[in-house]
Write a protein that binds this ligand. Structure first.
Ligand code: AGP
Length: 608
């Protein structure tokens, strides 16, 4: 994982490096560093444990100034997040400095075979790259990079400085994102356009490519080191909206932005009271004559939206559908062919497991649709077709508005698919589209009424060591997301269970006062869930129910009840998740956790 940046400018580029790294912190924030070639022709380096704010302090104290430099913000894979493992890493002779995003899978093999053990200053996989550069360097940096990359297995995006060529910034990529760009004030290498804080033109490096950037020219090479021409296009950073406004945390602001995020996402998908999905995405011919099954592949919260999507596809359109965890999918010999519609869901569009699964599905002939929030991301660009969620930039590591936007896309897709399959008539399709169009207002209403009870409940449960989330069918998907949100930001041990499954073992963990949070929005299974609530209450649990208005009377005996507006049971997950997001937020707040940047996590997981 990690975020990398490199830049050459006319004046001191250190502020641009630090500013860019702040933007890249979503990719990891457990340690950071910069290296620069100074006017005095020395390779200087400043590194630190912790976030960019502490790097900034150290860089200021060191009075580092230089016209060319590279920087890194880290999410540790090999080696603890301590200063000596922070990037940049130097070659033993001090000629090369390297920052890396990705994983070098054969690092130990290189260390023992090629570098004969060597003397390493860190525990990272990255340091072998700096050693290899030294080994292969005979005066031509591009050739040394080419020969180095030939020895590597895994994924990398690299930014490299060489003391012998102080006006040139080098890059190389394979499997990790890297953008080379040129603006008024400088040239750049970056993991994401968001780190380039001026108008610029540029391009992504494709598998195996290398680049050498001077102040006036961007040069590109293929994996053989032969020059290649690459078209430069305007580099567009996703909405540069990084201000918390009046909110204490990005997460709270993003929770509040959900009505807009869902409204904007649905707006192009509903026209004249009907769901419209481009023919390129779902054509009547493919649905009637080609489509055999749907696989939805994603990670974390995006996978939870896939659970909902799969259930809706099966229920509404009677097409066989399964949600798959991306990191498992590619190793499971999945059955995929031309009759498979493979849907990949990702906020960042860069999640390594999801991207690898997409490539596998593509190879096997599936039709690839992705649901992505970041335009131009790797997953978006490698898909046959894309539906963009329009959640805007999501900064908090715990996703909220992107999750809701993804759900709304699944709702629209399920209605359209059911219509094309002839499983629902025009009137039902219109009624569902009408319910869908009302969702943003209902989301706003739910958030408004949930804040106070969520705060109050957080006060009661924040010190409990563990808790459970339960639900059936679609409500189970919502419970699973609620549980992930809770553990992710509050560090409490929380588990989600299909409500009927609790009694098959886990109920032995229920102690007097253990919070058990039941989601029940589907009238078809609510009575069953209500029985499960009684069972845990009988064992002393603190029972909490998240229910729709019309189901609330059945749950009157629960200790705490969150009531959400009535809507179609197909879409109620969009509402029920909101009190759960707020509950995790206020619980984490009460526990003094780092809500926007929880420990050990990163916003975008670009390693497998
Ligand atoms: C959820 O709050 C997460 N931080 C995480 O599970 C996330 O949903 C997952 O890593 C997938 O990310 P993506 O949507 O960017 O692919």
């Amino acid at each position: 994982m990690c975020g990398i940046i490199g830049t050459i400018g006319d004046r001191n580029i250190v502020p641009a490096l630090i500013g860019g790294l702040r933007q890249l912190e979503y990719r990891g924030y457990d340690s950071a560093g910069v290296a620069a070639i100074t006017q005095a022709h020395t390779l200087a380096r400043v590194r630190t444990e912790g976030k960019i704010a502490s790097l900034d302090e150290k860089v200021t104290a060191a009075k580092l100034e230089a016209p060319i430099g590279i920087g890194h913000t880290r999410w540790a894979t090999h080696g603890a997040p301590v200063e000596r493992n922070a990037h940049p890493h130097f070659s033993p002779d001090g000629r090369f400095a390297v920052v890396h995003n990705g994983i070098i899978e054969n690092a130990s093999e290189i260390k023992s075979m090629l570098l004969k053990g060597g003397v390493f200053a860190s525990d990272t996989d990255t340091e072998v790259i700096a050693h290899l550069l030294q080994l292969y360097y005979t005066g031509d940096v591009v050739q040394a990079i080419r020969d180095t990359c030939r020895r590597l297995r895994g994924a990398w995006a690299l930014a490299i400085l060489c003391l012998d060529t102080p006006d040139t910034l080098y890059g190389a990529a394979s499997g990790s994102p890297l953008l080379a760009a040129k603006g008024e004030n400088g040239v750049y290498l970056a993991s994401d356009a968001i780190a380039i804080r001026e108008k610029a033109v540029g391009c992504r490096l494709h598998k195996g490519e290398i680049c050498a950037l001077d102040r006036d020219a961007l040069r590109f090479f293929d994996a053989e080191g032969k020059p290649v021409f690459k078209e430069l296009a305007p580099v567009s950073a996703n909405e540069n909206d990084t201000d918390k406004g009046a909110y204490a945390h990005h997460m709270l602001r993003e929770i509040m932005q959900q009505p807009d995020a869902v409204g904007r996402t649905l707006s192009p998908l509903i026209e004249d009271g009907r769901v419209v999905i481009d023919d390129g995405v779902l054509s009547a011919d493919f649905v009637k004559n080609g489509l055999r099954e749907i696989k939805i592949v994603a990670c974390g919260s995006a996978y939870h939206t896939g659970m909902t999507g799969a259930m809706l596809f099966e229920r509404l359109s009677r097409v066989s559908a399964r949600a798959e965890i991306a990191s498992e999918f590619r190793y499971a010999s999945p059955l995929i062919d031309e009759g498979t519609l493979a849907i990949f869901v990702s906020q960042s569009g860069e999640t390594a497991d999801t991207l690898a699964a997409l490539r596998l599905a593509k190879e096997r002939g599936a039709k690839i649709l992705s649901i992505v929030n970041v335009p131009g991301s790797a997953i978006a660009s490698e898909s046959d077709c894309v539906i963009h969620t329009k959640a805007g930039r999501e900064i908090a590591v715990a996703t909220t508005k992107a999750y809701s936007a993804q759900l709304s896309v699944f709702y629209a897709l399920a209605i359209r698919l059911a219509s094309l399959k002839g499983e629902i008539d025009e009137e039902t399709a219109r009624r569902l589209a009408h319910e869908l169009a009302a969702l943003p207002d209902r989301i706003a209403e739910t958030i408004e009424v949930s804040v106070a009870p969520a705060k109050a409940l957080a006060e009661q449960i924040y010190a409990r060591p563990d808790m459970f989330f339960i639900g059936r069918q679609l409500d189970f998907a919502t419970a699973t997301e609620g549980s992930l949100k809770m553990k992710e930001i509050s560090y409490l041990n929380s588990q989600a269970y299909a409500a009927g499954e609790l009694k098959h073992g886990t109920i032995s963990l229920v102690e007097p006062g253990t919070p058990v949070i039941a989601v029940a929005t589907d009238p078809a299974v609510a009575a069953k869930t209500q029985s499960n609530v009684c069972e845990v209450k009988a064992r002393g649990a603190k029972s909490v129910a998240v229910v729709t208005r019309s189901l609330a009377p059945a749950f009157a005996d629960a200790d705490v009840v969150f009531t959400v507006p009535d809507t179609s049971p197909y879409f109620a997950g969009s509402l029920a998740v909101l009190p759960l997001q707020l509950l995790s937020y206020y619980t984490a707040l009460k526990r003094g956790c780092d809500i926007d940047q929880p420990k050990n996590l990163a916003k975008s997981v670009t390693v497998e």
